[in-house]
Design a protein around this ligand. Sequence first.
Ligand SMILES: [Zn+2]
Ligand SMILES: [Zn+2]
Length: 118
Amino acid sequence: MTTPPIDPAVPPSGPGCLDCDNTGGWWFHLRRCAACGHIGCCDDSLSRHASAHAAQSGHPIIQSYEPGENWFWDYSANDYYNGPDLAPPHSRPDDQSTPGPADRVPADWVEQLRNRTD
Ligand SMILES: [Zn+2]
Ligand SMILES: [Zn+2]
């Protein structure tokens, strides 16, 4: 076993999914990479950018970036992880919508998530 790469000093990349912001997409919930601060969307989102980042970067540990949630997940072990206190902020802004961002969420977002086929 190697120690998973976690850098508690790195702040999160921003308030929303970095990759959705680059592609004009939208997310359901947000996850934070514990190694580099990358904010990505969760596996219940259409694009699953958090797990894609983990696969591409080799950074297996994420923490929830939702207000009131502080659990970690280890993609390599497929299990919860007991991580350290990371640099603030610990969640997206409280006034940010879920899903988000508000100006890019389609009216039929519930259907889109339910009908996801990949
Ligand atoms: Zn995303
Ligand atoms: Zn990372």
